[in-house]
Design a protein around this ligand. Structure first.
Ligand code: SAM
Length: 251
């Protein structure tokens, strides 16, 4: 089976290199292709909101390699990225996925059922900020994916970071905004919001970040600090003076 539509790819590399990279990466399986097909059929142009095949493979591998068991996603759409995360989590993992559209949420639920991962995903329909703020105080995550309304990213980032375990990862999608964030002449609400968040994260002493030009730009943010459950396994800022939590020491 072939992909039903041109998948969103990075515009930051040439078409030739992109094609080569795709040909040497794990392709989407039948379930993923079917979800792409259904999404295109039922949502039309909005299908372009799904993450690319490469990003799905990368996220699944990351989640699995981290040994993550608890994950959160802001922006489910029809469930493509959640399927990747859920596969990486494995049967004992749990993903909380937040989506505002009941219509798109129902496509996601059906797809997860077909893919055999429905029992590891809790889907909350409603404004994601309310969902995050309603979580019990002790709720912690190993991995987070932020891919919803762009002007809400900064608030999602703060809410999720507060609940992320040290060493955990937050991925933020679309942080290059087609390259407009790097163009001083480009303006607009979304570009300003993402540009200001990128600046804030780059200067945030609580984290390390790398913004990679895959897809529409993905920021990989790691929370610094020591894992209480794994003493000795610590990730610190390069400059210990930047450590935001008192009592940190270096290796
Ligand atoms: C780019 S799409 C997510 C794509 C998805 N991660 C995937 O790869 O298939 C963004 C989604 O965020 C949802 N969304 C927008 N604002 C939201 C909000 N305030 N709370 C929850 N979801 C929201 C939209 O309805 C849309 O489905």
């Amino acid at each position: 089976m072939t992909a039903p539509t041109a998948r969103r790819r990075s515009q930051f590399i040439s078409a030739v290199v992109e094609k080569y990279a795709a040909a040497h990466s794990t392709p989407p399986d039948a379930r993923q292709l079917e979800l792409q097909r259904i999404t295109l059929e039922q949502t039309g142009r909005d299908a372009g909101m799904q993450i690319g095949n490469d990003q799905a493979v990368l996220m699944e591998m990351l989640v699995r390699a981290m040994g993550a068991t608890r994950a959160v996603e802001i922006g489910t759409f029809t469930g493509y990225s959640a399927l990747a995360v859920a596969r990486g989590l494995g049967p004992s993992g749990r993903l909380l996925s937040c989506e505002i559209s009941p219509e798109w949420a129902s496509i996601a639920r059906a797809a997860w059922q077909e893919a055999g991962v429905a029992d590891r995903i809790e889907l909350r329909v409603g404004p994601a900020l309310e969902t995050l703020r309603s979580l019990p105080p002790g709720e912690q995550f190993d991995f987070a994916f932020i891919d919803a309304d762009k002007t809400g990213y900064h608030q999602y980032y703060e809410e999720v970071l507060a609940r992320l375990r040290p060493g955990g990862l937050i991925l933020l999608d679309n942080t290059l905004q087609d390259g407009y964030v790097a163009n001083d002449l480009a303006d607009g609400k979304v570009v300003r919001a993402i540009r200001s968040l990128n600046d804030a994260i780059a200067a945030d002493p609580r984290v390390k970040v790398v913004l990679l030009p895959i897809g529409d730009g993905v920021s990989f943010v790691q929370k610094l600090g020591e894992r209480p459950s794994a003493p000795g396994c610590a990730i610190f800022p390069s400059d210990p003076a930047l450590a935001p939590i008192s009592g940190w020491s270096r290796w």
